[in-house]
Design a protein around this ligand. Sequence first.
Ligand code: AMP
Length: 284
Amino acid sequence: MNNNLRIGIPSKGRLSELAGELLHQAGLQFRRQERTLFARVSPLPVDVIFLRTDDIPVLCQEGAIDLGLTGSDLMAESGAAVAIRMPLGVGRCRLSLCVPESSDIRSVSQLDGKRVATSFPNLTEKFLASHGAKPHLVRLSGSVEIMIGLGVADAIVDLVETGSTLAANQLRILTDIGEYETVLIQNPKNRDPAMADRVVRRLEGVVIARDYSLLDYNISRNKLAEAERITPGFNSPTVNSTEDPNWCSVRVMVRRKEIIAVMEKLETIGASAILETAITNCRL
Ligand code: AMP
């Protein structure tokens, strides 16, 4: 092996494509040959290593990789001593304790001695213990949602995103155990801290750009303070003079999910020529 910085990304599954796209958009280009586990990110001294998503936290802790893309749920379950370097703004989900819709179980402590199926045994055991319950754990690596129907569990602990899997299996959430998302993790003793920082800055540029749009508008000077309260910007808005001294033009970053509401508010206070522009990358 060489001394290149190593980034571990999922080799398959829901995160695999997303991780590849993110790295490519950040200018970290690589080509994966079929069935290989490594790819070189030329011309940088960086290698991408394709791994199982749930092995990434522990392999990062052990120094096999320096950076890794994985779920914070898997990081918490593994207990690996790694740092979250950056949330990636995707894969948000909850880890929930669920029972059948028809169940008369109303509190966590009622699960004492009951059968709980999960692929998160450590988080489940810890959470139930904090509520005074010691269940019989059924440890699985997938398809947890069907285990009550199969008659092997009284409750399950599983990831929930939209809740449609639960509804399809006639389950309801008793309580949430935690909230998780996709993250970039880092081994504190990585091979090349300067290169790790450079990679992180590149990824940050893409992640922020995905979340924000650029908004331009004109506003009369006497309404500028009010407009700036509506659009405080990432750091602060850029304000330029216009030919008409009573007016100015503003350029500011706004969260994409807030953009329509912000445009409406600006229009209400008299802004004009309000333009949204998508950004694909940035350095702030
Ligand atoms: P949903 O039906 O949208 O609630 O999704 C639930 C199913 O998708 C469960 O089987 C979960 O294991 C899986 N899931 C949801 N969110 C994630 C995530 N962020 N990472 C991995 N698996 C997830």
